[in-house]
Design a protein around this ligand. Structure first.
Ligand code: ATP
Ligand code: MG
Length: 391
């Protein structure tokens, strides 16, 4: 007997002709996720399996696979031999082992059923007959009673065509979504806050491959603040796959705005520069969209008017996957994906440097354009881009 992990794909199956393409993306992402773990990932009869792993690595493999978008569900199964001329001794042994584990701490009798799928038609018994026969082994433990509709345990036996069966009980939910890479590329504006890593997760879930840009303001923002952003990128990459992160120095631009523009437009004009630079970088890497972690009304720069002023400088569609979410909902996701604890570490962000006392909350586009006219926008953008560093 051998332990294997069965991988089931999700939405993929709805995609008709694109299926092969989606599947190849998912296979590539799974291989990437399993890098460094000693195991074999393979396809057999239309299903994917992870095999030949050490028992101790099982939880780690499951944990990694649970973060791969496009996987619908997973099961850890016993792979056992089946011979048509035998009374399923290996399947029974596996069932008894699984059932005994279940019964260990149970009070009273557990209700159960056995569900059999039989692809191997050389076996003369029907699936229902096999299920009834195997159920007898579970009953012999004296700790179970049969209930086909309202059960505590559903022991599944999947008899495959090539002389073996998979025996498992639990179905573990996968991350769902679409394989990363099948919905094009996006450039994420990644701050050190709670929201933008969650935005990364949301877009990767719909199959977008991510690049990221972070604006730093040395010496006003520290090396630690930059390390925090790199750490967030690394955490989120368990879901998104590899992310190329660019850190763009923003201090010169902030100083220029500070010196030449009305103080209350500081934030709005900063956002416009971030958007311009992000779009240029996006085009360099053939990204079709720019992504932010904005949520409507969360802060002054996230009103409809502020976003209109930012979007005015965008040359690509701007995706804001958190736009309709409450902070609580965003925090829940951040905790679940493991970015929250890093996000709340108190390092300075470039946006908090030169923060005006009273930023405009509902800026008019005409007024912002006029306020910005004092700046040599193109040179500032070019210089910042030239100083971008990959981290
Ligand atoms: P977050 O938790 O993502 O920092 P926030 O509530 O602090 O969000 P803002 O600071 O207004 O909101 O930022 C809104 C969005 O602008 C962020 O989600 C991010 O996409 C982008 N952004 C803000 N600051 C930076 C930065 N220093 N570098 C890159 N992008 C940034
Ligand atoms: Mg922020």
């Amino acid at each position: 007997m051998e332990r294997v992990i069965v991988i089931r794909f999700g939405e993929l199956f709805l995609k008709g002709k694109n299926r092969d393409y989606f599947e190849s993306m998912l296979v590539r992402n799974i291989k990437w996720a399993l890098e460094g773990v000693d195991c074999v990932f393979e396809r057999s009869q239309g299903r994917y399996f992870v095999e030949n792993f050490a028992e101790d690595d099982c939880d780690e493999i499951i944990d990694r696979l649970k973060k791969v978008f496009g996987i619908h569900s997973l099961s850890v199964a016993d792979k056992v031999a089946v011979r048509a001329d035998e009374d399923f001794p290996d399947i029974r042994a596996s069932l008894i082992r699984a059932a005994s584990e279940r019964a260990e701490n149970a009070e009273g009798k557990l209700r159960f059923r056995v569900t059999v799928k039989r692809a191997d038609k050389r076996i003369p018994m029907t699936s229902a007959e096999i299920a009834a026969a195997l159920g007898g082994s579970v009953l012999s433990l004296g700790k179970f009673k049969v209930d086909l509709t309202d059960y505590d345990c559903d022991f599944k036996v999947d008899i495959r065509e090539n002389g073996f069966a998979l025996v498992y009980t639990d179905v573990i939910a996968g991350a769902g979504g679409l394989p990363v890479g099948c919905s094009g590329r996006g450039m994420l504006l990644l701050s050190g806050g709670i929201d933008s890593p969650v935005a990364a997760y949301m877009m990767a879930k719909r199959g977008m491959r991510l690049f990221a840009v972070h604006f730093a303001s040395p010496p006003y923002t520290s090396e630690k603040a930059r390390e925090k952003v790199v750490e967030l990128k690394d955490i989120v990459s368990a879901y998104t796959g590899r992310v190329k992160l660019f850190v763009v120095p923003f201090t010169e631009i902030q100083l220029a705005i500070h010196k030449n523009c009305p103080a209350n437009f500081m934030i709005t004009i900063m956002r416009r520069f971030m958007m311009r630079i992000a779009c240029r970088l996006a085009q360099r890497f053939e990204c079709g969209a720019v992504i932010t972690g904005e949520s409507l009304g969360q802060v002054a720069s996230q009103t409809v008017e502020s976003m209109t002023c930012t979007e005015d400088t965008a040359s690509l569609p701007v995706f804001r996957p958190l736009i309709g979410m409450d902070k609580d909902e965003i925090v829940d996701i951040a905790k679940r994906i493991g970015t929250f604890e890093t996000s709340i570490q108190p390092y300075e962000d470039c946006c908090t440097v030169f923060l005006p006392k009273s930023p405009v909350i509902h800026p008019s586009l005409a007024a912002v354009r006029k306020a910005e006219a004092a700046l040599d926008v193109e040179t500032l953008v070019e210089e910042a881009l030239a100083a971008a560093e990959e981290c």
